[in-house]
Ligand binder design. Structure first.
Ligand code: ADP
Ligand code: ADP
Length: 222
């Protein structure tokens, strides 16, 4: 079953005096519960594609369907509600809020969605526990290691049980030992939560662990 389908996506950015075409009519499908990696050199357009698949950015041209529904027809408010319920995001840097503890950071998406503090806290603790971070729950970001920070960021991305997790270079800022632990965690979470997992990386050892690897070059599949 196809969950998300992008068709003939075009995207350009103004650079200096000209327009640079970053995505040149690229299409892709994400099936329910599948795991895929997108590989490609810097500047190939991987992040741009991920942002468009994740509805964080709109294409200049092309269509995006979720379970058959044309989601780019939604206005920004509707689209953001849709995104918050169906999608999770992890980036190279954790982007946690420094004035909140780990568990409070993880609770944020639930609170934004109107869940009670108690419900949000239960869900957040359940996930932190699964990730081996229960005893770090009340620590602040400045008290956590790089691997712990990224795990908290992953918990925050998953706390509302999205159908797909998008991760853009999620191990790019970690040493190789910590990177391996985070890679394992992604695959454990994918199984546990029946997620689709879409990872952008230039780390070959991470990419080759995926059943499907797409290579991108100059805004097209290579
Ligand atoms: P990748 O993730 O493969 O490294 P990106 O999608 O990040 O590639 O970027 C592709 C190209 O698009 C780069 O040359 C980058 O400078 C350009 N780009 C990305 N975002 C913007 C933006 N908001 N404004 C202008 N240029 C951008
Ligand atoms: P991980 O493998 O999960 O990244 P580490 O082995 O790097 O964890 O760190 C072990 C412990 O040391 C962590 O639980 C963390 O609390 C503590 N620690 C590591 N780095 C820092 C840091 N920069 N500041 C505060 N505590 C740290």
């Amino acid at each position: 079953n196809v969950f998300l389908k992008a068709v003939d996506i075009h995207k350009s950015y103004t650079q200096g005096t000209g327009e640079l075409e970053i995505l040149r009519g690229i299409s892709m499908e994400i099936k329910e519960g599948e795991a895929l990696a997108i590989l490609g050199s810097s500047g190939a357009g991987k992040s741009t594609l991920l942002h468009i698949m994740g509805t964080l950015d709109r294409p200049d041209r092309g269509e995006l369907f979720c379970e058959g529904r044309n989601i780019l027809a939604m206005d920004d408010e509707e689209l953001s509600r849709f995104r918050n319920s169906e999608m999770g995001f992890v980036f190279q840097f954790h982007h946690l809020l420094s004035e909140f503890s780990a568990v409070e950071n993880v609770m944020i998406p639930c609170r934004v969605a109107g869940e009670s503090t108690k419900a949000a806290q239960e869900k957040a603790m359940h996930l932190l526990n699964f990730m081996g971070l229960a005893e770090r729950a009340n620590h602040y970001p400045s008290q956590l290691s790089g691997g712990e920070l990224q795990r908290v960021a992953i918990a925050r991305a998953l706390v509302r049980h999205p159908k797909v997790l998008f991760a853009d270079e999620p191990t790019g800022n970690l040493d190789s030992h910590t990177s391996l632990k985070i890679q394992d965690l992604f695959f454990r979470l994918k199984e546990e939560m029946k997620l689709a997992l879409v990872i952008v990386t230039h780390d070959l050892t991470f990419a080759t662990r995926f059943p499907k690897v797409y290579r991108m070059k100059d805004g097209q599949w290579a």
